[in-house]
Write a protein that binds this ligand. Structure first.
Ligand SMILES: [Zn+2]
Ligand SMILES: [Zn+2]
Length: 332
C-alpha cells in the first residue's frame, strides 16, 4: 500500500510508493533501459493491461479484445491504490494516510505511431469524452476530492511508453498546486467580484499580443507570467468551473483548438516532449464563481534546476509575447 505523507513545514503531501521499493542501482538501470519492441497498449495485447473500465467500440466488439477506438484501463503500476480506507493517522509529529486513489490510463488510439496532433479532431474529442465519462464515474466515490487529468508526451516529459496515452489520478486531497490557484482566484474574486480567469480571457482577446488562437468557445494564449518557454493555456471563453460539465459543442471546439495548438507547437519546436494538464474545480469544494477550468500545456525545453527548486521562481528565456507570435505565424 502506498503511503501519503505530509510535509510538516509546507503541508505538501508526498506519495511514498513503498511497493515499487527501488534500490539505488534501479535508478541507473532505468536510465539505461532501451525501448523494448513490445507495446501493451497495441491492439491484440489487451490481456497485458488490467481489465478495461471504459472503451469506445464503434463496431460493438467485446471487452478486452481488439476492435476498440479508445480504451481506459487502470494503471498497471498505480501511484495510488483504489481499495482501502484512508486511515488518517499520526506518526509522532507527522501526519500520514493510506495512499488511496485511482490511477487510470486513457489509451487514445489503436495506432501506435499516432500523436495527439496527428489524430483527427474526432479522436481528440473522444479523448475529452473519455475524461468526462471517467470523472463522472469517479466523482461518486466520496473518498476522492480531486481528479487530475494529464498527459506526458515523450520520454523527457515522463512518458514511459510511446503509444499515445494520457492519465487520470483521483486523489483524497486537493493538490497543493491546485490549492494555490483556488486560493489566489478566490482572493481576486473577493477583491474585484470578478473571476480572474474571465478577466484574463477578456484582456488577452482584446490585446491580442499573447493570443495564439481562438474560436467560439475557447481561447489559446501564452500566459502573461509564463513559467516556461512556449507555455500555453487554453481557457473556455465563458465562465465554467468544471471541465466535465462542458457541452457537446464545447468539446468539438476544444478538440479543434487543441489540435491546432499542438500542430503549431510541433511545427515551431519540432515535436517537443510536453506535459498537458487539465485544471478543473475540486469535486466537492467549490463556490462555482471564482475558479474557471483550463488546460496548461508545457513543452519541455528547459530543465528546472537549483534556483527554481530553491526559490519557486522560474527563469523563462522566451517572452510569452514572442512565443505567441511564433506560434501564431506557424503555417499549419
Ligand atoms: Zn502500441
Ligand atoms: Zn471565469
Amino acid at each position: 500500500m502506498p503511503e501519503l505523507r505530509k510535509d510538516p513545514v509546507t503541508s505538501r503531501w508526498v506519495i511514498i510508493s513503498t511497493e515499487r521499493g527501488k534500490r539505488p542501482s534501479d535508478f541507473g538501470a532505468e536510465r539505461e533501459r532501451e525501448r523494448v519492441g513490445f507495446c501493451p497498449f497495441c491492439p491484440g495485447n489487451e490481456d497485458k493491461t488490467p481489465a478495461e473500465v471504459l472503451a469506445y467500440r464503434p463496431n460493438g466488439s467485446g471487452p478486452n479484445a481488439p476492435g476498440w477506438s479508445l480504451r481506459v484501463v487502470p494503471n498497471k503500476f498505480p501511484a495510488l491504490q483504489i481499495e482501502g480506507d484512508l486511515n488518517r493517522q499520526g506518526d509522532g509529529m507527522y501526519d500520514k494516510m493510506n495512499g488511496i486513489g485511482a490511477h487510470e490510463v486513457v489509451i487514445e488510439t489503436p495506432e501506435h505511431g499516432d500523436t495527439l496532433a496527428s489524430m483527427s479532431e474526432q479522436r481528440i474529442e473522444d479523448v475529452l469524452w473519455a475524461f468526462h465519462d471517467r470523472v463522472l464515474d469517479l466523482r461518486k466515490d466520496q473518498r476522492f476530492k480531486y481528479i487530475l487529468l494529464f498527459k506526458n508526451s515523450g520520454r523527457a516529459a515522463g512518458a514511459s511508453l510511446e503509444h499515445p496515452h494520457s492519465q487520470l489520478i483521483a486523489t483524497p486531497i486537493i493538490p497543493k498546486r491546485v490549492r494555490e490557484e483556488l486560493d489566489g482566484a478566490k482572493e481576486y474574486y473577493n477583491y474585484k467580484e470578478r473571476c480572474v480567469f474571465c478577466d484574463i480571457v477578456r484582456q488577452e482577446t482584446n490585446q491580442g499580443v499573447r493570443l495564439v488562437g481562438e474560436n467560439d468557445s475557447f481561447v489559446a494564449i501564452a500566459p502573461y507570467a509564463s513559467r516556461f518557454p512556449f507555455e500555453a493555456w487554453i481557457l473556455p471563453k465563458g465562465h465554467a468551473p468544471f471541465f466535465e460539465e462542458a457541452q457537446k459543442n464545447e468539446y468539438v471546439h476544444l478538440s479543434k483548438l487543441l489540435r491546432e495548438l499542438l500542430l503549431r507547437m510541433e511545427k515551431v519546436l519540432l515535436n517537443p516532449p510536453y506535459n498537458l494538464i487539465i485544471h478543473s474545480s475540486p469535486l466537492r469544494e467549490t463556490d462555482g464563481r471564482s475558479y474557471h477550468w483550463h488546460i496548461e500545456l508545457m513543452p519541455k525545453l528547459t530543465h528546472v534546476a537549483g534556483f527554481e527548486w530553491g526559490s519557486g521562481f522560474y527563469i523563462n528565456p522566451t517572452p510569452p509575447e514572442d512565443a505567441a507570435r511564433y506560434l501564431r505565424d506557424a503555417k499549419v
